[in-house]
Design a protein around this ligand. Structure first.
Ligand SMILES: Nc1ncnc2c1ncn2[C@@H]1O[C@H](COP(=O)(O)OP(=O)(O)OP(=O)(O)O)[C@@H](O)[C@H]1O
Ligand SMILES: [Mg+2]
Length: 425
């Protein structure tokens, strides 16, 4: 979960017109008494929170009551947190009603809203999910006479079982109440199954794709406060942002303020969640390049084939690597940069040497321009020069005179190169 830094948001919401219209329609039907549940999915940073916040602002302007809560990675240890947060959000300044229809549900609500608990009932035994869910629907109806209510529950990929049990009932019965239930969930969060398949079957689904290039251009211009984003910035965003609004803001900042690189926090969290083998495989991929053969990765990270398969599975589940043309690649080019940046110098040099040795293994005559770069990074300038000269001679033999000259010149220049610079793309 990335913190919202005031002012560090793109000043306008770009694209998403269809999704905003779909949510407004669902909210309108809820106001008329026909509630519904909708699940908004998409990868981290694609704009789920921004979309739902924008839609909820519209609902508030139309007089609807909006209650919001979210899950966090620690929800396993604090059940029902998102529901408690949403209820406290809506009932903080309200006294329990003298309403016969709600009276039997006050003890259940009191387990999450202490100032609604009747006398000594708190702390009470947790209410059964069905009772708590019914109590929530009734209290939402009571809160919003005539206009309907919107209940936003974010980051349900982290929801605890108790919350999911309540959600199942809410989704089943919301149609009979003037309530729109909006859930968000990451589609790429490792180790989670989202808000539960039974639930998503019954709910409408809005999947957010990354922004198109033209939308990224509009967003970049808005963040920079100019009419048209410079071509060089756009080229960088096309290469590194993968259409993710979070990355657009992180990479170019907003209104002249540098971005906080919230994305780096997400990636280092995912790296930290990998076991040693999978982490080694991801690091080897970063050292070797953008798209890498899995067999080569196994050799560089010294893993036996079954262990490579497990590590590949874990790295894919983490959302860091993805298969492309039968090879493995980073989901976004920027992830590679971030993985390289958190490798300490000695480990990076060691991996580069190991990668170079593996590439040279077919024989001392192995030819690859990458080899020279890897030996440089591995702190072996002599072997780098030899590899680059070989590559130069091979290119000359192939008649590619211009390429050969460039490579030979590079080899000569690299003799004195400092080891430890960043690996080439
Ligand atoms: N359509 C958009 N137009 C402009 N800015 C956007 C858009 N969508 C998202 N953003 C900006 O990108 C950043 C990330 O968006 P947001 O927090 O909504 O992502 P998310 O999908 O909720 O991510 P997470 O899974 O981490 O919760 C935010 O600062 C937001 O303001
Ligand atoms: Mg979010």
């Amino acid at each position: 979960v990335h913190a919202t830094i005031p002012g560090m948001r793109c000043p306008v919401v770009v694209g998403r017109d269809e999704e905003l219209a779909a949510l407004a329609e669902i909210f309108g039907r809820a106001a008329a008494g026909g509630g519904a549940c909708v699940v908004v999915t998409g990868e981290a940073g694609v704009g789920k929170t921004r979309l739902v916040t924008e839609a909820a602002d519209g609902a508030r302007e139309r007089g609807q009551v909006v209650l919001a809560g979210r899950s966090a990675p620690t929800d396993r240890f604090s059940p029902l947190r998102p529901l408690g947060e949403a209820l406290l959000d809506g009932l903080r300044d309200r006294r329990p009603p003298e309403d016969a229809i709600l009276a039997p549900y006050l003890p259940a609500l009191g387990t999450l809203v202490p100032h609604w608990a009747a006398g000594a009932a708190f702390p009470a035994v947790p209410a059964p999910p069905v009772v708590l869910a019914e109590a929530m629907l009734r209290v939402l109806r009571w809160l919003s006479p005539g206009c309907g209510a919107v209940l936003v529950l974010e980051d349900m990929h982290w929801a605890d079982r108790e919350t999911l049990a309540v959600l199942e009932y809410l989704a089943d019965h919301v149609a009979a109440f003037p309530v729109a239930l909006v859930l968000t969930a990451r589609s790429d969060e490792p180790g989670t199954s989202g808000p539960g398949s039974a639930l998503t079957r019954r709910a409408a689904r809005l999947h957010l794709a990354p922004l198109a290039d033209s939308e990224v251009a509009v967003m970049a211009a808005a963040c920079l406060g100019v009419d048209t984003a410079p071509a060089a910035i756009m080229a960088g965003l096309r290469r590194d942002a993968g259409g993710l609004p979070l990355l657009v803001e992180d990479l170019i900042g907003v209104a002249g303020r540098p971005g906080p690189m919230r994305y780096a926090g997400i990636i280092s969290g995912r790296l930290a969640g990998l076991d040693a083998a999978a982490r080694g495989l991801v690091e080897a991929t970063a050292v070797l390049g953008i798209e890498v053969d899995a067999g080569l990765l196994g050799q560089v990270s010294s893993l036996a084939p079954p262990a490579v398969a497990d590590a590949v599975t874990a790295a894919r589940a983490s959302g860091l690597l993805t298969p492309v043309n039968g090879r493995l690649a980073f989901r976004h080019a920027l992830i590679r940069e971030l993985v390289l940046a958190q490798l300490d110098h000695r480990r990076r040099a060691g991996l580069c040497r190991r990668a170079a040795e593996t590439l040279e293994a077919p024989g001392p005559g192995a030819i690859s321009e990458r080899l020279g770069e890897l030996w440089i990074q591995g702190g072996e300038p002599r072997r780098a020069v030899a590899a680059l000269r070989r590559a130069g001679r091979a290119a000359r033999a192939a008649g590619a005179a211009a390429a050969a000259e460039a490579l030979v010149r590079r080899g000569a220049g690299r003799g004195a190169a400092r080891p430890g610079r960043r690996c080439p793309a």
